[in-house]
Design a protein around this ligand. Structure first.
Ligand code: ZN
Ligand code: ZN
Length: 230
């Protein structure tokens, strides 16, 4: 399948040009959500995606998470204290596993958040392309938060296969043995499970990718989570 990578729109302001702070009201124990929003509010590439996509939506009422975040961030640019109700009101729709009033995990929230925004971006772009199913859209969030893996495999018919695999998250355990990010990534890639691939030469599902994965590019932004109990 052909893939089309949506570029991150260019021309965003540097972090210093976007320097503004606003407090977020903690609604029903959503401090984990607010800490994620505060971090994202200071990522220029993410702000640019929102400012390009947000105003294009003409739905009213709208249940898009992207639109809700865009409206909260616009408020944060203008005010000192902002209530993120536009986002918390979408929990029953988008964050079914998260319960208002209960402490939740900031990292789990961020993972789900980025996945939802990515799939919303994907369907918006597909709509603009009038749904060309032959194109696999890789939204710009993958350039911010994700990266690209290169998998190489040799089929029993001797043909060599190279496949690109976009990722949004790499769950990389860091322990005393893997005390650097680089070593953590190496260990993660070594533990990658076999991937079967259709061989176009012999028409069999033969090419196996194992221990032949390399990172083609890394995300622009790195999120490191420290486990609660260690
Ligand atoms: Zn909308
Ligand atoms: Zn083959």
């Amino acid at each position: 399948m052909a893939s089309r990578q949506e570029p991150i729109p260019e021309g965003w302001e540097p972090v210093s040009g976007h320097h503004h702070h606003a407090g977020l009201i903690n609604i029903n124990e959503t401090c984990y959500q607010n800490s994620v929003l505060q971090a994202l509010f200071h990522i220029p590439a993410f702000i640019t995606i929102l400012t390009v996509e947000g105003p294009q939506c003409k739905k009213n009422p709208c249940t898009s998470l992207l639109c809700a975040v865009y409206s909260v961030f616009c408020e944060m640019k203008k005010n000192k204290t902002v209530s993120p109700t536009a986002i918390t009101s979408l929990y029953p729709l988008h964050f079914k596993l998260f319960q208002l009033g209960r402490q939740e995990d900031a990292h789990e929230f961020l993972v789900q958040f980025v996945e939802i925004i990515s799939s919303e971006l994907q369907s918006r772009i597909l709509q603009r392309l009038e749904g060309d199913p032959a194109v696999d859209i890789i939204p710009a969030t993958y350039r911010c938060f994700g990266g690209l893996l290169g998998l190489t495999g040799i089929c029993s018919c001797k043909s060599i296969h190279e496949v690109d695999d976009f990722y949004l998250h790499l769950f990389m355990p860091l322990s005393h043995d893997t005390n650097s990010i680089q070593r953590g990534i190496e260990q993660l890639l070594n533990e990658t499970e076999d991937v079967l691939h259709d061989c176009e030469a012999c028409k069999k599902k033969m090419a196996i990718f194992h221990n032949s994965v390399k990172v083609k590019y890394y995300p622009q932004y790195l999120v490191v989570q420290f486990p609660k109990e260690s």
